[in-house]
Design a protein around this ligand. Structure first.
Ligand code: HEM
Ligand SMILES: *[C@@H]1O[C@H](CO)[C@@H](O)[C@H](O)[C@H]1NC(C)=O
Ligand SMILES: *[C@@H]1O[C@H](CO)[C@@H](O)[C@H](O)[C@H]1NC(C)=O
Ligand SMILES: *[C@@H]1O[C@H](CO)[C@@H](O)[C@H](O)[C@H]1NC(C)=O
Ligand SMILES: *[C@@H]1O[C@H](CO)[C@@H](O)[C@H](O)[C@H]1NC(C)=O
Ligand SMILES: *[C@@H]1O[C@H](CO)[C@@H](O)[C@H](O)[C@H]1NC(C)=O
Ligand SMILES: *[C@@H]1O[C@H](CO)[C@@H](O)[C@H](O)[C@H]1NC(C)=O
Ligand SMILES: *[C@@H]1O[C@H](CO)[C@@H](O)[C@H](O)[C@H]1NC(C)=O
Length: 323
């Protein structure tokens, strides 16, 4: 109720919803300063994605992690230094790979327009363009004008990123901390329609759910049996499986079909069925058109979390190090 009142106020005061959702981000922010920026990023992204079908999932997750820690400020891209352990070291070498590709895409932009386009915008655009590659049309709009942060801390990543072992209450709180609601939580979890999960993020559900060598009763038993053939023990941290089996490279509504069959890979996926309101949203998003429309809107909200604009932050020359 209060949220709705706030949105209404926002619309009345600012006249445009965009102002409320995106802060001072705008469409085609670089139109004058680097007219081809978005085209250069798209071309470079597509070149890489054509050779590596795992990149869309990697970039999408990277953008999400960027936004949930200090806002979408490119801080996820920074390397650790002798004095500082950066965000990217929070989840020891899991799949936040692809950093080198972002650095490469940024280098392409720098050739044409040095010191103009932020790494945070490069990442937001590359994530969109990578996921959209197969569709030959942009799946969501990306407003631009983000600037880059100078701080990246492993502790903040650990504190702010949702865990695959979280229950519904914890996930809702985690998203609320970012200004996102239950609807955004369910919609954005649909990002798990592409990509993979490593065994150690879910094998407790297979082998030791409550500490008595048991299995998670909310996990489809047939699927659990299959997962056990992939993840042979609790300590396996190298094997991975698609999160949306059979459709792991296709950005579609099938994640919700999977979740409804109790085949959501993580406890955090299964958690979406444990609340009535959330379950209703899962049911709605099984509709493919609805999913794509809603995903586009929630991505816009996620892409605006805590952005630095105006004179805040900097335009990094290289994404892995502050200027
Ligand atoms: C709701 C809370 C979320 C949790 C607990 C969560 C957790 C995880 C975990 C544990 C993995 C597997 C990493 C690995 O083992 O390699 C993963 C992968 C992934 N997540 Fe999430 N995630 C969440 C939300 C999101 C959101 C909001 C997005 C984007 C919109 C997203 C996109 C992805 C993608 C694309 C992958 C696959 C990465 C790859 O294949 O390289 N996730 N997530
Ligand atoms: C930055 O860190 C990545 C690993 O996250 C590494 O591959 C790369 O070599 C580092 N770059 C520099 C310039 O240190
Ligand atoms: C790291 O910290 C030490 C001691 O505080 C300082 O002398 C040094 O310049 C710092 N190095 C970097 C790369 O910031
Ligand atoms: C994980 O990181 C450690 C050191 O940080 C490295 O030695 C190891 O090879 C990495 N493992 C994988 C699977 O990338
Ligand atoms: C959810 O998880 C949190 C943190 O682990 C815990 O404190 C809480 O009791 C759990 N809620 C439910 C309903 O299980
Ligand atoms: C299962 O969990 C319990 C309680 O945490 C622990 O004592 C036990 O060692 C675990 N079993 C295995 C096989 O890891
Ligand atoms: C667990 O499984 C992995 C991968 O199959 C294997 O390399 C490792 O030796 C196993 N560890 C134990 C304790 O059985
Ligand atoms: C995987 O587990 C082994 C043994 O526990 C550990 O040495 C290694 O660092 C872990 N690797 C990753 C990627 O977490």
């Amino acid at each position: 109720m209060r949220n709705q009142a706030l949105i209404l106020l926002c619309i009345v005061v600012f006249g445009v919803i965009g102002t409320c959702h995106g802060g001072s981000l705008r469409k085609k922010y670089y139109k004058k300063t680097c007219p081809n920026a978005e085209e250069i990023i798209k071309k470079a992204t597509e070149k890489h994605v054509a050779n590596d079908p795992t990149l869309p999932a990697r970039f999408l997750r990277m953008h999400f992690h960027d936004c949930f820690v200090r806002g979408c400020d490119g801080s996820v891209l920074l390397n650790s230094t002798t004095n500082n352990s950066a965000e990217k070291d929070a989840i020891p070498n899991l799949t936040l790979a692809g950093f080198d590709v972002i650095d490469d895409i940024k280098a392409e932009v720098e050739k044409k327009c040095p010191n103009v386009v932020s790494c945070a915008d490069v990442l937001a655009l590359a994530a969109r363009d990578a996921v959209s590659f197969k569709f030959q049309r942009p799946l969501w709009e990306v407003l631009t004008g983000r600037r880059d942060g100078r701080v990246s801390r492993v502790s903040e990543a650990l504190a702010n990123l949702p865990s695959p072992f979280s229950n519904f209450t914890t996930l809702v709180r985690n998203f609320a901390n970012q200004g996102l609601n239950v609807h955004d939580l369910v919609v954005l979890s649909g990002g798990h329609t592409i990509g993979v999960g490593h065994c150690n993020a879910f094998s407790n559900r297979l082998y030791n759910f409550t500490g008595r060598g048991d299995q998670d009763p909310s996990l489809n038993p047939t699927y659990a049996a299959f997962l056990k053939t992939q993840c042979r023990n609790l300590t396996d941290n190298t094997t991975f499986v698609p999160m949306d089996p059979g459709s792991g490279f296709t950005f579609d509504n099938n994640y919700y079909v999977t979740v409804k069959q109790n085949k959501g890979l993580f406890q955090s996926d299964a958690a979406l069925l444990t609340n009535k309101g959330s379950r209703n949203i899962v049911n709605e998003l099984v509709d493919p058109k609805k999913f794509l429309t809603e995903f586009a809107q929630s991505m816009k909200r996620m892409g605006a979390i805590g952005v630095l604009t105006g004179n805040d932050g900097e335009i990094r020359k290289k994404c892995f190090v502050v200027n």
